[in-house]
Write a protein that binds this ligand. Structure first.
Ligand code: PRP
Length: 185
């Protein structure tokens, strides 16, 4: 879906599809160089990371494997507590593997900081993080991110996997949601 279909719901467009894809090419070259001669397992975190995972995997000019996790953070509404429950675990054994967690966004950092520790405890050779977006002003815990697409302001963003009430995930670019969409709740 293009921006033109959701114009009334957006405060502004933030990142276009072209900018996202150009950034993924940059990240893919860095990843290829860093993991040269090593195996690489991409771990996508459902559901938001589906788009980044699909595009990053195809941008990489090398063999990779893909696996998926679904997690849910306990907490009330939009406030994340940092306690994470695994809804769907990996199928892969991580012993000795080079794991790259692929995410759409790091907000408070609580999910990723828990996830990284969890995957490290399974005997992986390395665990790094690649995220398309990061909100520096929303961080509650420091997360060491090796590959980051864009640092963005602390606003309600949707598109490219990111939802509001499960909508907008299929928007090709990333936009800031207009307050009237969520203030009427
Ligand atoms: C988003 C995102 C991360 C998490 C980041 O997922 O994909 O997993 O929130 O937030 P944090 O840094 O504050 O922990 P969400 O819980 O919205 O689920 P979804 O991917 O299914 O949309």
């Amino acid at each position: 879906m293009d921006f033109s279909h959701v114009e009334a719901d957006l405060a502004k467009t933030l990142i276009t599809e072209e900018e996202l894809h150009a950034k993924l090419q940059e990240l893919a070259r860095e990843i290829e160089a860093d993991y040269e001669g090593k195996d690489l397992l991409l771990v996508g975190v459902l559901r938001g990371a589906v788009m980044v995972m699909a595009d990053l995997a195809r941008a990489l000019q090398r063999h990779i494997e893909m696996d998926w996790m679904a997690v849910s953070s306990y907490g009330s509404g939009t406030v994340s507590s940092g306690v994470v429950r695994i809804l769907k675990d990996l199928d892969s054994d991580l012993t000795g593997r080079n794991v790259l967690i692929v995410e759409d966004i790091i907000d408070s950092g609580l999910t990723l900081s828990w996830l990284r520790a969890n995957l490290e405890s399974r005997g992986a050779a390395s665990v790094e993080i690649c995220t398309m977006l990061r909100k520096p002003d929303a961080l509650k815990v420091q997360v060491d991110v090796k590959y980051c697409g864009f640092d963005i302001p602390n606003e309600f963003v949707i598109g490219y996997g990111l939802d509001y009430a499960e909508k907008y995930r299929n928007l090709r670019g990333i936009g800031v949601l207009a307050p009237h969409v969520y203030s009427g709740e």
